[in-house]
Design a protein around this ligand. Structure first.
Ligand code: ADP
Ligand code: MG
Ligand code: MG
Length: 251
């Protein structure tokens, strides 16, 4: 589903190399987790895949289901089925959450050659999905993320993901700022979307999210590279011993 080879990325504004040769293959139907110390480049990787400005790819490639992602505009990447749940969801004053989601869903359907959803169909779907994430009607009417708590913003990211039905879902520290109950809701939301044709890349600092979203593969990222790959037990090792042991061993 996602194939990243030797990805090197620097900042456009400064001569600072952030990704230094990332290799990563995420197969359809699988959940991969990425853990790693602060500043190791996890968010940068997700931004570069989503097409955020400010980064320059100096070497390597990234393909989604055989399509070269790096040449596409962000909206084209989304139309291809890529979704990123932000570490820091943005507030969009003046744009109603429901309007935003309906516009996004219909733009995506159009790009895929599907018919737009009618207002009634859209309402039915969004109400159902919002309910399962405990997002109330008031949050759907308010401007996107404005005045939402940290946890509400993260749940709203998962609502967007559930509505857009992407094939490659990237979650960047969606668990940070969530209490235990909210984390369970988010994990349930992700688990409900797991399917043969869809893959997940879950970036997290904490093992506890991975208790609920059981990953198939766990990667450790440090200093712009994936330095170790293993099974779910690798996340437990991080939880128990921190990164120092693993990084020392790799070095
Ligand atoms: P992580 O998500 O693993 O904590 P990031 O991808 O956010 O790491 O950051 C990786 C490194 O790149 C850090 O040293 C960070 O300060 C730096 N960095 C990322 N984006 C920028 C930017 N726009 N300007 C300056 N430094 C940046
Ligand atoms: Mg960080
Ligand atoms: Mg980050």
């Amino acid at each position: 589903m996602l194939e990243i080879k030797n990805l090197h990325v620097k900042l456009e504004e400064e001569d600072k190399q952030i990704l230094k040769g990332v290799d990563l293959t995420v197969e359809a139907g699988k959940v991969h987790a990425i853990m790693g110390p602060n500043g190791s480049g996890k968010s940068t990787l997700s931004y570069v895949l989503a097409g955020r400005d400010g980064y320059e790819v100096t070497d390597g490639s990234a393909e989604l289901d055989g399509t070269d992602l790096l040449d596409l505009e962000p909206e084209e990447r989304a139309a291809e089925g890529l979704f990123l749940a932000f570490q820091y969801p943005v507030e969009i004053p003046g744009v109603g959450n429901m309007t935003f989601l309906r516009t996004a869903v219909n733009a995506q359907r159009k790009a895929r050659g599907e018919e737009e959803l009618s207002a009634a169909e859209f309402l039915k779907v969004i109400r159902e999905k919002a309910k399962s994430l405990k997002i109330d009607a008031d949050m759907l009417k308010r401007p996107v993320n404005v005045g939402f708590s940290g946890g509400e913003k993260k749940r709203n990211e998962i609502l967007q993901m559930a509505m857009l039905e992407p094939k490659m879902c990237i979650l960047d520290e969606t668990d940070s700022g969530l209490d235990v109950d909210a984390m369970k809701l988010v994990a349930d939301g992700v688990n409900a979307l797991r399917s043969e044709g869809r893959a997940f890349l879950v970036i997290t600092h904490y093992q506890r999210l991975l208790d609920h979203i059981k990953p198939d593969v766990v990667h450790i990222m440090a200093d712009g590279k994936i330095v170790k790959t293993g099974g779910p037990e690798l996340a437990l090792e991080v939880e128990n011993n921190g990164y120092a042991d693993i990084l020392g061993e790799v070095a």
